[in-house]
Design a protein around this ligand. Structure first.
Ligand SMILES: [Zn+2]
Length: 50
């Protein structure tokens, strides 16, 4: 499975792990969903304190 990576030095998208002699970073960082996170706390607050 190919993973798109991005060079932090030149900003180019690549499939290589190293570009410009630097390690590339994932172009698709894991999604953070603060909304879901807060929804979880809200749910705890709403249903956990009965
Ligand atoms: Zn580069």
């Amino acid at each position: 499975m190919k993973k798109l990576l991005k060079c932090s030095a030149c900003g180019e998208y690549t499939l290589k792990n190293v570009h410009c002699e630097r390690q590339t970073a994932s172009a698709h960082p894991p999604k953070y969903s603060p909304i879901d996170k807060w929804a979880k706390y809200r749910r705890l607050e709403k249903f956990g304190k009965e």
